[in-house]
Design a protein around this ligand. Sequence first.
Ligand code: DX5
Ligand code: ZN
Length: 218
Amino acid sequence: MTVLAASLLAADSSWLGEAVRQADAAGVDAFHIDAMDGHFAPNIAFGPTTVKDLRALTTREFDVHLMLSHPDRFLRRYAEAGANVLTVHVEACTHVHRVLGEIRELGLQCGVALNPATPLSTLEWILQGIDRVLVMSVNPGFPGQSHISAMTQKVASLARLRDELGARFRISVDGGVGPANAAELVAAGCGILVCGSSIFGTGNLHAAVEAVRQAARG
Ligand code: DX5
Ligand code: ZN
């Protein structure tokens, strides 16, 4: 089944706890929580304390997307705050293989993210051991940006590579994902749809979640 992960960056931040409760009640499968340091990405967002406070509100998965220049310095703090999955950018890690190993040693699932311009070849030698690949379909920083439709081909190529290698990672897509593109992304091999504005920007979470689910069924 396709996983729908709610991206909290797109929620009104004065209402964050309520956003988690309502998205939980609307039946999202997971929460996608963006961490940004104002350096790797041109914005600042959710630290470990926020993750810890929100952790008390839901049992659903927390996938923390680390858009940080030195993600290795923060792994333990996000793990202790209650993250289930930590996703790091290949562009931010000099020793990405080591960082992924450190995430696993903390007992968490590990993911690697690629900016839109980063080729799949950067993953060639690490794909066997990872749980997730996050394909960015916008440039990191902000919710509500236009989905880069060429990323569907990137997802399809990645899914082919996965088959060739017999690897088992799940592919997630983040940026401008919603009812308009869910079907083609799923058909290309995406297993996790990260949805921000398409669900939090609508005024009716239940209906928005259902619209994505229906589109994802094709
Ligand atoms: C962008 C973030 C995304 C974003 C998604 O840097 O990684 O998670 O908040 O929001 P939408 O779905 O509105 O593009
Ligand atoms: Zn994200």
